[in-house]
Design a protein around this ligand. Structure first.
Ligand code: GRF
Length: 194
């Protein structure tokens, strides 16, 4: 375990597009004494979402980026990441695909959470597809972001049993609770190795 005696916590950014339950759990964890990181910056492509409200209420620097022009949006994001000396980018429900150049620039420093047991069920509607395929388990995965969607190296993964009574939204709710616990642990794991 990395101890931060006399050292500052490592600055991280969280990218969101919506509700922000993972942002909240990451932030709450970061406030603990034992945490080695802090949430320095939140980036969102949407202004009126719960996650942005949470970030502002908690006085986290929050940038809402206009994504009409992707190149310009990413340039703006990079500027803020550099300015804040961000060491790790955590995608948490961020619904924009980052360009290859952006990913290259931040190689091995961008991670994402996905609501399935990767490599199964990349992309959207994961819960529905897992139920329709009669899977016994689904779950969630934190992985490095690579140029190919939902395909980077896995950092941590947790299984969740699919119940007979499950529908996609019930399963999503149970998995989300597991995601919220898994994500901060994955961040600590990645940061303790750099
Ligand atoms: C989560 O289910 C995550 O796995 C997916 O998007 C959702 C974001 O939820 N990538 P929240 O905004 O963190 O509540």
């Amino acid at each position: 375990m990395v101890k931060l005696i006399g050292k500052k916590k490592i600055p991280c950014a969280v990218f969101i597009s919506g509700r922000g339950s993972n942002l909240k759990s990451i932030f709450n964890y970061s406030k603990k004494k034992r945490s080695i990181f802090h949430v320095k910056l939140v980036i969102s492509n949407k202004s009126k979402v719960l996650g942005v409200r949470f970030a502002k209420n908690n006085k986290i620097e929050t940038i809402v980026v206009n994504y009409k022009n992707k190149k310009r949006a990413e340039e703006q994001i990079l500027k803020y990441l550099k300015k804040n000396k961000i060491k790790l980018v955590c995608l948490a429900g961020f619904m924009k695909i980052l360009s290859k150049n952006f990913i290259k620039y931040f190689k091995n420093k961008i991670i994402n959470i996905h609501p399935s047991l990767l490599p199964k069920y990349k992309g959207l509607n994961t819960h529905e597809r897992a139920i329709n395929n009669n899977e016994t388990f689904s779950g969630c995965t934190v992985h490095f972001v690579s140029a190919k969607l939902d395909s980077g190296k896995i950092i941590l993964q947790k299984k969740v049993k699919i119940l007979k009574s499950d529908n996609p939204s019930r399963l999503a709710k149970r998995i989300l609770l597991v995601e919220n616990k898994l994500y901060p642990k994955a961040i600590e794991k990645v940061l303790s190795r750099i």
